[in-house]
Design a binder for this molecule. Structure first.
Ligand SMILES: [Zn+2]
Length: 377
């Protein structure tokens, strides 16, 4: 930490020079400090979207989400325990860009039943499309510092997302559980020039990454997304190009809430199964669920089943020894059930691990889903 005088209000304060931009804690001025020249450069395009939530409303939303996801809504208060709720204001570079994509590929002719990849079965097609985005790239070095923030983009197309950037407009309007009043305007429209008071009590995270890196990463993200979109048109993509027009870049602190809960069933299973932590991520403007983990999944139940059958099998074997030999037969059958349950759960677990990255909460997608790509630059 080093002491500097703010270029705007001249108040001396401690700053960490590892950060790309420095923010005065007295007047909220944002500036760059060039170590080599000692020059301070005020940065004006710094905004913040105030959160409309507090820890209490987040708790209510988590309970509402659990009620909707659970087959027994009445059991929520006895079986689910919210252990942590944290809100945070995370800086993002928001790049307004247009991406123009041209593609060429081969499409299999319909109605042909010829076998094999005979060239006459395919026709060449080409096309182009463009979309505009307000593409967000985190200006934090560690995108994993909070759960679930590494994959916030949920396209309406069936595409596997493996980039960490996301379009602001479709992300900050999806996953709403309840109709929130007074949030008809988009998150982008309600942004304020950055001042600490607009954080509404959320901690403000430092700005660690510069805009050049952010723009480069945004291009990579959108290029990969459009590459996947282009592939949807053809059976085999043979040429592809995306050109970018960058209209502007701003720094916006976005409100995010993270909730952690544990599930502990209200029966004897509580003593068998160690409670697992699960997470939910909300955006703090329209209270949309950006990501959520469900508590009980099928393989957990199967594993419990396997354990119970195994215990029962040993008990029946014991009865076979001290009472009547026919219990051995039932014991072997129960052992078989235990084995099958365990096998199925292992297969399911393996499959779940493969699909883990794609797993999203099955929330009804409201207004946000159809908005992708139509945001004005
Ligand atoms: Zn100041």
């Amino acid at each position: 930490m080093h002491e500097l005088n703010c270029p705007t209000c001249n108040t001396p304060s401690q700053y960490d020079f590892k950060n790309y931009l420095l923010v005065c804690s007295f007047c909220s001025a944002t500036f760059r400090f060039h170590l080599d020249s000692g020059e301070k450069e005020v940065y004006n395009d710094h905004y913040i979207i105030p959160t409309t939530m507090d820890a209490g409303s987040v708790k209510n939303l988590v309970q509402e989400w659990l009620r909707r996801m659970h087959h027994q809504p009445g059991a929520i208060s006895k079986e689910y325990f919210i252990t942590d709720i944290q809100g945070v204001s995370i800086p993002h570079w928001v790049i307004s860009l247009e991406a123009h994509t041209a593609w060429k590929g081969l499409v299999r002719k319909s109605g042909k039943i010829f076998e094999g990849n005979n060239v006459r079965n395919f026709i060449e097609e080409h096309g182009n499309f463009y979309r505009s985005y307000r593409w967000c790239v985190s200006s934090r070095k560690n995108i994993f510092e909070y759960w679930g923030l590494d994959r916030l983009h949920v396209p309406k197309e069936q595409i596997r997302v493996d980039w960490d950037g996301f379009p602001l407009d479709s992300t900050f309007s999806r996953g709403r559980i309840t109709e929130s009043k007074g949030v008809e305007r988009s998150a982008y429209d309600v942004k304020e020039f950055f001042e600490y008071k607009f954080a509404n009590g959320l901690p403000i995270l430092d700005i660690e990454i510069g805009e050049e890196e952010a723009m480069r990463r945004a291009r990579i993200h959108v290029d990969r997304y459009h590459f996947e979109l282009a592939k949807l048109n053809v059976d085999s993509l043979i040429d592809y190009e995306t050109l970018f027009e960058i209209a502007g870049i701003q720094l916006i602190h976005l409100p995010i809430w993270e909730a952690t809960y544990i599930y502990s069933p209200d029966n004897f299973l509580r003593h068998i199964q160690a409670p697992k932590e699960r997470n939910l991520v909300f955006e703090g403007y329209t209270s949309g669920v950006l990501k959520g983990e469900l508590a009980v999944i099928r393989q957990d139940k199967l594993q419990i089943n396997a354990m119970i059958c195994l215990a029962l099998s040993f008990f029946l074997m014991f009865l076979g020894v001290i009472w009547h030999s026919s219990f051995f037969l039932v014991s072997i059958f129960t052992l078989g059930v235990a084995g099958v349950s365990y096998y199925i759960s292992s297969v399911a677990k393996h499959r779940a691990e493969l699909e883990k990255e794609d797993k999203q909460a099955e929330m009804p997608q409201k207004s946000g889903a159809g908005k992708l790509g139509k945001s004005a630059a």
